[in-house]
Design a protein around this ligand. Sequence first.
Ligand code: AMP
Length: 154
Amino acid sequence: MSKQLRSMMEEILISDILIPADKVAHVQIGNSIEHALLVLTKSGYSMVPVLDLEYKLHGLISSAMILESIFGLERVEFELLSSLKVEDVMNKEIPRLKLDSQFQNGLQTVIDNAFVCVENFEGTFEGILTRREILKKINKEIRTYIYQNDINFI
Ligand code: AMP
């Protein structure tokens, strides 16, 4: 790895490109899956974090998980929407990053995930790192590099 690429990777801080917790649509432990479906539909996101009252991260829930949970063998069991809780349906095995994780770990994680949740040192949810924000940052860094080194593409 060239020196410049190495320092670029080391200088990008996850905290600089994080979408902060107060701007992240989420649901809470104890919410019905009906409420989660409403949040997902209204926000336009296909997956959101599940937090508790202390902002600890418990999992991720998506519209696909909710729909899967109400599909019975013979019919769609709509009554489950009000009886099932988000914790009955969410995915608990999720990738997580710490605030001081290397940018490279974030980059690696968003290859297979549209976003990754970031926690602070006490395990409190700080926000999310999205594929879009990572691509924007890399694009900006590459453009700066091209400009500073006077590189011309034909
Ligand atoms: P993007 O890379 O911006 O397309 O975002 C990828 C995914 O991250 C979205 O599909 C959502 O699941 C999640 N996401 C992005 N921004 C937010 C937000 N403000 N609140 C909740 N989830 C978000």
